[in-house]
Every structure is written in structure tokens, then in C-alpha cells.
Design a protein around this ligand. Structure first.
Ligand code: BG6
Ligand code: MG
Length: 222
């Protein structure tokens, strides 16, 4: 039986993906590295420090900065990101998410946030949706970030469910890879080619519903 839904945040609950992109693009420009939308796809779902490492490697700068300098660059990116998201309100919840959370609550299914973002609790507050969730996995508490399965396995545990009793919702290729590595059925939102590993790809969050989640889960676990 499907017992829990494990939600990515950025690009699933709200469109913060565009703000992460802007903040990385500007930091990249300062470092002399062009972060365009195609390269940004590879940063989705990836932790802050791992994203910086990927940008530096992409620009041939892998060995240029010390650990302390890299931390300072991450802080700079995050300060800019926090400025960009400050004005977020419940109106920024993506279409279909609130009705889905209502449906889950009514049906007694658990909803867990499995985001790589250390900003997730603050964003859920801004969106005023924190109460809909039964738990938020602290990304700092897991050994390896997406595409490793750790955060989704921790999400299942937090829900008190087995991985096979959960379904994960993601917008990033690294996230879908992580869900599948945890042996959890996956629904992806976005480009079907980029997210081909998912059990079902939806063009938009407004296509999400408990019925779609159940149907996908049933087919994936049959
Ligand atoms: C993921 C985003 O959800 O969180 C990534 O898709 C981001 O783009 C990562 O780098 C970490 O987020 P934060 O808020 O901790 O920098
Ligand atoms: Mg995401």
C-alpha cells in the first residue's frame, strides 16, 4: 500500500529553481564561468557545495580555491539567493501542490520533504505550508547527496514506511536517479527526455493528484 509521498522542494513545491539558477549564473560570471540554462540542468537537485564544485570543474578552476574560499563563495551565492526569494508568498506554491497536500492529509498519507536545500524549512514558512508535512529530512544529516539514495531512504524512515511503500516526486535528473537508487517509484515533473528514468513524467505540477500518484505507484510495484 502507498503510505508516503516524498517531495523534492525546489522545482516541485515552488519554482525556486529559477532563483538558484540566477544566483549561480551571477557567481559564475564573477568567476569567469558561463552558467547557462543547459549547464544549470546538471546543478538541479545537487547540494550547494557540490554545485560550486561542478561549476569550478566546468570552468577548469577545480584546484584554484581553498576550502575556506569555496565556503565563502557558497555563502555569497546563498546570500544572493536569499535576497531573491525574500518576497515569496503562498501565491508562489506551484499549481496542483496545495490540492494534492489536502488530498494526502484527507487520505491519511504521510508527506515528507526530501530536499537537498538547507533553506527548505524557511521556504516552507514563507509559503505557509509547513503544517502539511509530517517531516523534513535535514540534508546535512545524510552521508551523500543526490543522486545517492540516502535522502529518500531517510525520508521513508521518517515516514515510518518501507521504501516500496513510498513514491518520490522530483524535477531533477539527479533526484530521479536518487529515488530509483532507493528502490522507490518516481514521478518527475518536466522534460521527459531529461527525466526518462522516472516511472512517469508529467509536464506540469498541475497534473499531480493522489489518483495519479497511486496509479503510478501501483504500476511500478506490480
Ligand atoms: C536543491 C536545488 O533542491 O537544493 C539545488 O535543486 C540546490 O539547485 C540545492 O543547490 C541546495 O540548496 P541550498 O538552498 O541548500 O543552497
Ligand atoms: Mg528540485
Amino acid at each position: 500500500m502507498l503510505k508516503a509521498v516524498l517531495f523534492d522542494l525546489d522545482g516541485v513545491i515552488t519554482d525556486t529553481a529559477k532563483f538558484h539558477f540566477l544566483a549561480w549564473r551571477d557567481l559564475g560570471a564573477e568567476l569567469g564561468v558561463t552558467v547557462d540554462e543547459a549547464f544549470n540542468e546538471e546543478l538541479k537537485g545537487v547540494s550547494r557545495i557540490d554545485s560550486l564544485e561542478r561549476i569550478l570543474a566546468f570552468g577548469g578552476l577545480a584546484d584554484k580555491y581553498s576550502t575556506a574560499e569555496k565556503e565563502a563563495l557558497c555563502t555569497k551565492k546563498n546570500d544572493h539567493y536569499l535576497e531573491l526569494i525574500q518576497e515569496m508568498t503562498p501565491a508562489d506554491i506551484l499549481p496542483g501542490i496545495l490540492p494534492l497536500l489536502e488530498e494526502l492529509r484527507e487520505a491519511g498519507l504521510k508527506a515528507i520533504v526530501t530536499s537537498a536545500s538547507k533553506n527548505a524549512p524557511g521556504i516552507l514558512e514563507l509559503l505557509q505550508v509547513k503544517d502539511y508535512f509530517d517531516g523534513i529530512v535535514d540534508p546535512a544529516s545524510v552521508a551523500a547527496g543526490k543522486p545517492a539514495p540516502d535522502i529518500f531512504l531517510a525520508g521513508a524512515e521518517l515516514a515510518g514506511a518501507k521504501p516500496a511503500e513510498c513514491i518520490g516526486v522530483e524535477d531533477a535528473a539527479s533526484g530521479v536517479e536518487a529515488i530509483k537508487a532507493a528502490h522507490i517509484p518516481a514521478i518527475a515533473i518536466g522534460d521527459a527526455e531529461v527525466l526518462a528514468q522516472a516511472d512517469r513524467v508529467l509536464a506540469d505540477t498541475s497534473d499531480l493528484s493522489l489518483a495519479v500518484l497511486r496509479d503510478t505507484w501501483e504500476k511500478a510495484t506490480a
